[in-house]
Design a protein around this ligand. Structure first.
Ligand code: HXC
Length: 517
């Protein structure tokens, strides 16, 4: 009995020490910065009392430690599994109080073990990142550790969802693990990511920049497109991750979870009938269209401040997860540029990996013209969107609300890229180009010769619109499945999804394709 008590006391003491990470003083310093510890973060993220730690007693490589006597409990990372809304997830949370959360060999082995277990058991991987990067003392062992993580990020991509929450520094090559995952969430004014920091940049290029403008949350949300979402503090960032999980299946063999809808499937919306302005050049809000069609309060927009001419996000329709892709006509008139192409392509591929049907709303005058876009490779970036839609075998529905001109018609989930059901509103303009452009090319001589060129231009544009710029030409050709009243869009999409949910589509066998990048 006595020895049993002694054994239990020893275990309790080791556990207590391991939970203290870098010690009380460092925890206090961490709290002073307004940051939660790794364990507090896991408590916030996971269902109450659901976290079970694995490998807590692992310590660092002693041979390279500055002080081999001092053990580093957990080697700067807390690893294990827990639940979010009752579903298992595998998690790792870097502990900044232990050598700044820097990645040593043992830390990387712990993270890799969690990733392997997650993939073998078909559960998402969530990384809570707060680290000074490669542990300087462990040199090549640290770099090897990163490579082992990166390889798993790549191999498990499309097998289980991978989510990175950046809660502090994430610098150097360390940023490539999050970059290989499906989603990156950041905390405003607390987290930052960059490959080379302000000091190195100043030394090499002479540019002066601070941490925040170089790689803070706002920069990655609105300029680089690296961040999927940001939140004002850690608690809200962790809560965003829980919300995101509610749309996702646990792995690529499952369907996304169903939530009893808080909205009726047959809800008509008469306001949509008048949402498109009479003037084809006037903008309107596609966000509003999406919000009106989807289940109430279910739209989770991703990358909302990057390439705002494109919209991507997850939503629910009659309780089922869907991926939304669209243009925003009130931003750059909804043109497709390089950034919009990248944004759309990655999201379409994500939805396809994880059995999330795609709903595409189309209103775009085409690809953005310009030397800058051409020289930066709009050809290869635009091609990614074609590739992603063509390759996607999930159920696909599209709705052309207004413009679907030329290349924009083709790339945005057109019938011939394998879309199952294509709808158009009566306001749809499916054509090679708009009336203005056509008047310039087809009728300019006729206009010039006319006694009243302005009236003649008006007349030919009306004639062109009547004859070509409407959805009926495409409907007659069977390219559009149905022209619907805008008010019935929700009903129509829900019924279409029910009809195509069990679709089986198989691509020819291959090792993998070679998507343009
Ligand atoms: C070892 C590190 C460390 C590191 C921080 N620490 N980074 N130990 N290796 N990379 C330790 C510090 O010595 C300190 O220990 C504790 O962590 C907290 O660090 P502070 O500097 O006191 O914290 P703070 O002021 O908040 O600054 C955080 C920081 C800074 C900005 C992250 O620590 C920093 O610049 N670290 C180095 C970043 C870096 O250059 N990493 C290598 C990137 S290259 P004590 O004992 O005092 O608590 C890379 C290559 C990967 O990652 C390649 C993969 C392909």
């Amino acid at each position: 009995m006595q020895s049993e008590n002694a054994r239990l006391s020893k275990l309790k003491e080791i556990r207590r020490q391991s939970k203290l990470g870098g010690g009380e003083a460092r925890i206090a310093k961490h709290h002073e910065k307004g940051k939660l510890t790794a364990r507090e973060r896991l408590d916030e993220l996971l269902d109450p009392a659901s976290f079970h730690e694995l490998l807590p007693f692992v310590t660092q490589r002693a041979d390279l430690a500055e002080n081999p006597e001092e053990s580093l409990p957990g080697d700067g990372v807390v690893t294990g599994y827990g639940q979010i809304n009752g579903r298992t997830v595998y998690v790792y949370a870097q502990d900044f109080t232990v050598m700044g959360g820097s990645l040593g060999e043992a830390q990387s082995q712990k993270i890799c073990r969690i990733m392997d277990l997650a993939a073998q058991n078909g559960a998402p991987i969530i990384g809570l990142i707060d680290s000074g990067g490669a542990r300087i003392q462990e040199g090549i062992y640290s770099l090897k550790g990163y490579a082992e993580i990166f390889r798993r990020n790549a191999i498990y991509s499309g097998v289980v969802p991978q989510i990175s929450l950046i809660l502090g520094p994430c610098a150097g090559g360390a940023a490539y693990s999050p970059a290989l995952t499906d989603f990156i969430f950041m905390v405003e004014k607390q987290s930052y990511m960059f490959i080379t920091g302000p000091n190195v940049i100043k030394a090499i290029t002479g540019e002066e920049v601070d941490f925040e403008s170089l790689g803070g949350a706002q920069t990655h949300l609105s300029v680089s497109g690296v961040a999927s979402l940001t939140a004002p503090n850690e608690v809200e960032t962790l809560s965003l991750c829980r919300s995101l999980m509610s749309y996702l299946p646990s792995n690529n063999m499952e369907n996304p979870p169903f939530y009893a809808p808080a909205d009726v499937p047959f809800r008509m919306d008469a306001e949509l009938n008048s949402i498109i302005p009479d003037d084809p050049t006037s903008p309107y809000s596609m966000h509003e269209v999406i919000l009106r069609v989807m289940d109430q309060n279910s739209f989770l927009e991703l990358q909302p401040a990057f390439a705002t001419n494109a919209i991507i996000g997850l939503a629910r329709l009659n309780g089922c997860s869907v991926g939304i892709v669209s243009q925003e006509p009130s931003a750059l008139a909804g043109v497709i540029d390089i950034d919009a192409s990248d944004k759309i392509c990655r999201f379409v591929r994500f939805c396809d990996c994880f059995n999330i049907p795609l709903i595409t709303f189309v209103d775009s005058p085409g690809f953005l013209p310009g030397v800058n876009q051409e020289h930066r490779g709009i050809i290869r970036h635009g091609a990614k969107v074609l590739y992603a839609y063509s390759e996607a075998t999930v159920p696909k529905v599209s709705v052309v609300t207004r413009k679907a001109y030329g290349g924009a018609y083709v790339v945005m989930s057109s019938k011939f890229l394998g879309t199952d059901i294509n709808y158009a509103w009566p306001t749809a303009e499916i054509a090679v180009m708009g009336a203005d452009g056509a008047a310039n090319i087809l009728y300019q001589k006729q206009i010039d010769k006319s006694a009243d060129p302005v009236a003649e231009r008006d007349r030919v544009m009306r004639e062109y619109t009547e004859k070509y710029l409407n959805p009926y030409v495409a409907a007659r050709a069977g390219i559009v499945d149905e022209i619907i009243e805008p008010s019935e869009t929700r009903v129509k999409i829900i019924s279409a999804l029910a009809a195509i949910r069990e679709k089986q589509e198989h691509s020819p066998a291959r090792k993998h394709g070679n998507s343009p990048v």
